[in-house]
Design a binder for this molecule. Structure first.
Ligand code: FAQ
Length: 329
């Protein structure tokens, strides 16, 4: 039955996808804000749309470990190192939840990784930018995690149950991540003039790419209409981008840092912050593979995957051994 949270049970009331009442019943569930569960019948395009988005999201989490991972050995204190290690581990965990959520749709994790490694699936543009200074770690936490939370909180209400539930935990962790980034920048901003300049430089470099994380403008977003109709996306790319600007602009004042947009201004009439034009040609170039570090990120990922072969082999051997032991007992 639709909305069945027991993923081990067999659906008895869900119409088959070729039943003429199927589309009507499925859309009625969506309109009723119900949840679709793994064993429910669902339109093929809905399933494919979810696999596309969840897989890209999972890939983003694991590629997103690289820019910060490179600073674990260089963090300025033991405390900062421990916090950063925990954060990067969290990103691996987010990837794990998301690959597991994608697998409930009948795809194989190894196949998804293969699609990433061969360029058939994407990951977020934001992780193709370099992290030359410690302040970049603060800017990633404040801006990138801030953008991620803004985008992901609505996904906790997404129509597909496993994706929605994975996002609840992920968002709690992302909110810790954002605060640690804010705190790093606050410390630097109120430190020496050189530290303040380093914080400002990082914010200057990460601001526009963070706005691009929300995707192309609504009138150039081919997936939005259908994803919103199906309750996968709850808000459009531009709506979420505006929310992010509204949240972040006042925070920059609290940090004592400016945002690199001369047109940024609060509009009392609308209650929103106006912002300048985004250069979306940069986003499309980065998505095409022409960002500053696309090649390096993918080379590192495929290399790590190959070097991790023995770990996967050992884990599968261990699982098979336990399955045999359990069968005998
Ligand atoms: N980068 O029609 P739309 C994080 C692609 S996680 C690359 O608007 P849609 C945590 C899009 O896939 C960050 N590609 O697409 C963290 C589509 O291509 P396709 C990831 C992009 O799906 C923090 C085409 O352009 N978050 O940061 C981008 O309706 C710190 C047309 O676009 C998620 O994945 C982009 N920025 O909206 C980790 C959240 N934007 O598939 C470590 C879930 C668009 O047709 C450290 N995803 N494209 O070939 C979403 O909310 C949506 O998928 C959007 C894109 C909003 C990203």
């Amino acid at each position: 039955m639709y909305g069945n949270h027991d993923t081990t049970s067999v659906p008895v009331e869900a119409p088959a996808a070729d039943d003429p009442t199927f589309d009507r019943d499925f859309m009625a569930l969506i309109d009723d804000d119900g949840r679709v569960e793994p064993r429910d019948a669902m339109p093929d395009a809905y399933r494919r749309g979810l696999v596309r988005q969840i897989a890209q999201h999972a890939h983003s989490e694991i590629i997103g470990m690289q820019p910060e991972g490179s600073w674990i050995g260089r963090a300025p204190s033991l405390k900062r190192k421990a916090i950063l290690m925990a954060k990067v581990q969290d990103e691996a965990g987010h990837g794990l939840y998301l690959y597991a959520a994608a697998e409930t749709l009948g795809v194989d994790r190894a196949d998804l990784l293969d699609r990433l490694h061969t360029g058939r699936q994407k990951y977020s543009s934001i992780f193709n930018y370099p992290t030359p200074t410690w302040a970049d770690i603060g800017a990633i936490g404040w801006l990138v995690d801030g953008a991620a939370i803004t985008n992901q909180v609505p996904i906790t209400k997404c129509s597909y149950g496993p994706y929605a539930r994975a996002m609840v935990r992920i968002c709690k962790e992302e909110s810790f991540h954002q605060r640690q980034g804010f705190e790093i920048l606050h410390t630097l901003s109120h430190g020496s003039p050189q530290q303040h300049a380093m914080a400002q430089d990082a914010v200057d470099r990460w601001w526009w790419p963070s706005l691009m994380m929300f995707g192309p403008p609504d009138d150039d977003s081919p997936n939005s209409a259908r994803s919103m109709r199906w309750g996968i996306k709850r808000f459009s790319n531009d709506e979420l981008r505006q929310r992010f600007v509204d949240m972040t602009a006042p925070q920059s004042h609290a940090l004592g840092l400016s945002l690199p947009d001369p047109e940024l201004a609060f509009d009392a009439l609308t209650g929103h912050w106006r912002y300048g034009e985004i250069d979306f040609t940069e986003l499309f170039e980065v998505i095409k593979g022409n960002g500053p570090l696309n090649a390096q990120r993918m080379a590192h990922r495929t290399d790590a995957h190959e070097r991790g072969d023995w770990v996967r082999e050992a884990a599968l051997g261990y699982a098979a051994k336990h399955a045999r032991t359990e069968a005998v007992a």
